[in-house]
Each structure stands twice: as C-alpha cells, then as structure tokens.
Design a protein around this ligand. Structure first.
Ligand code: GLU
Length: 275
C-alpha cells in the first residue's frame, strides 16, 4: 500500500483514492489519516464526566475531545471501549485509530505508542467512604486495602512510592467503586477527575468522598500509532483549536462542572509538537 506517501497529502481527492486502495471506508490504525470514512476511536465507557456510555449515547470531556478531532479531520468516530491495560495493544494492533481515555503521557508508554497533547492535566488522588477518617492522604495508607486498575499509572505510582502496600488491581474503575462501597477495599486511587465523577454520581451521593491531596501529575494525551507524525500533527492542530476556540473550557464546565471539579494549575496546557 502507498498509504504512507498518500497520507502526507492527506485531504481531498487523493484521500478518496487512499480509501479505495484500502478497500474500505472503515479503518482502524491503518489507511488514510483523514476524510470521509468511519474510524474506530477508543474511549472509556465507565468514567462519568470523561467517557461514559449510557445506552447508545456517549458523554464526557474525553468524548468531546474525540468527537472534535474526528470532526476536524473529517471522519465519523465509532467508539470502542479502551480499558486502561488494553490501550497500547488496541493502538499498536490497529484496532483503533486513536484513544482519548484519561491516557497519561509516559516514557514507558511512548515505547509502544505516540501521543498528541497534553490536552489536560490531572493528578492522582484517593476516593474513600464518606465516614472514613483515618485516610487523609497517601501517607496514611499503611495497613489499608487499596484498589486501582491494571495497566494504569495510578497502580504503578502507588507501588513505586509505597512498596508493599496492599493493592488490588481490577480491570475497570467501576469494579473498584463497587468494592469500596461493599467494604472489601478502603480506598480507590486514580486521577482526581475520575474520582470526582464517581463521588458525584447519584447512586454514590453521601457514600463516597475524594480526599483531595493530589500526589502526581497526569498529562492526558491522545494515543495514536507510534511514529505516525503526520497524523499526530493533525490531531495536535485539532487540539490547539479545541483549546483556543474556548470549546475546551465549555466542555470542562459542562462535563466536570456538575461534579464540582475545577482543573488544577497548568490547565489548559499547550500541546507539545509531535516528534
Ligand atoms: N491517567 C492514568 C493512566 O493513564 C489513570 C487513569 C486511567 O487508567 O485511565 O493510567
């Protein structure tokens, strides 16, 4: 396939040829970077305010970012669930074209995928039951049972900073929320954005609270195929437009506002050039 050379010209009539050359208007990780067809896009399905699937409807800040990129690049997104531990695989195997899913940019992930961004800065925090008084921050976790998700920076950070801590790793954050409510763990740790969404959910009101002492910096990026600089440049242009046009702020207010979440210092960030 001549996709690589075609991709450089990207838009317009040439892209129609590119799609024809691929034999399909639907593409995951390969094929034309833009124009016309449907592309598979990874998001979270169970993170209120960020990426949430309700019936056949998708809502959240990350969903807005994913839709904005798709609109700017001229294609229709088809959403696929990207749980934390599957993200690199979904991208490198071409099952999704890109992922917008509270996906922190890290050096180890950059061995396998590339990132456009950051488009948001979050920080790791703790979610506990409302009546919890002993857990006031990461330094009061000794002897407590923690929950986080496989393949997340949250689990890795905690194990690195507090080796020997009692950490259970599940596949999704909702499983941790259930375990926390059931009393089988004492705290859930991940990004403050995600935790605020759970605390504000109708069924959790009065039951859960965010501790509010952040102890990491999570730079959210759009994950895409490693080394696809042309596509990364297009996504970065879309992210800059999303931020500069005021859409970023509108989406933050709409999606994170109801949970009372205010973005921390450094927001909105300036996306870095692709390399
Ligand atoms: N932002 C962190 C990460 O990328 C935690 C949230 C998540 O698992 O999506 O691992």
């Amino acid at each position: 396939m001549k996709v690589t050379s075609i991709r450089l010209v990207a838009v317009g009539a040439v892209a129609t040829l590119a799609l024809a050359a691929c034999g399909s208007g639907s593409s995951g990780g390969s094929g034309a970077a833009a124009t016309g067809g449907t592309v598979k896009v990874g998001i979270k399905f169970d993170q209120p305010g960020l990426g949430l699937k309700t019936g056949s409807t998708y809502t959240g800040f990350d969903v807005d970012v994913a839709n904005y990129i798709a609109k700017e690049l001229g294609f229709t997104p088809e959403f696929v669930e990207a749980v934390s531990s599957q993200r690199e695989t979904l991208i490198s195997s071409g099952q999704v074209k890109y992922i917008v899913g509270t996906y922190s940019i890290t050096d180890s992930r950059k061995q396998k995928v590339s990132f456009a961004g950051p488009y948001f800065i979050a920080g790791q925090d703790l979610l506990v039951r409302s009546d919890e008084t002993a857990i006031t921050g990461p330094d009061s976790l000794t002897g407590k049972r923690l929950c986080s998700v496989k393949g997340s920076t949250s689990a890795a950070n905690l194990q690195k900073k507090y080796p020997g801590i009692n950490l259970q790793e599940y596949n999704t954050y909702t499983l941790c929320v259930d375990a926390l409510k059931a009393g089988s763990v004492d705290a859930l740790t991940t990004d403050n954005t995600i935790l605020a969404g759970y605390a504000a959910q109708e069924q959790n009101k009065g039951k859960l609270k965010v501790v509010g002492t952040t102890f990491s910096t999570e730079n959210y990026g759009v994950g895409l195929k490693k080394g696809d600089t042309a596509f990364c440049d297009q996504v970065t242009t879309a992210l800059n437009k999303f931020i500069d046009s005021g859409e970023w702020q509108k989406s933050v207010d709409k999606n994170l506002g109801p949970a009372g979440f205010k973005p921390g210092p450094g927001n909105p960030p300036k996306p870095a050039p692709c390399s």
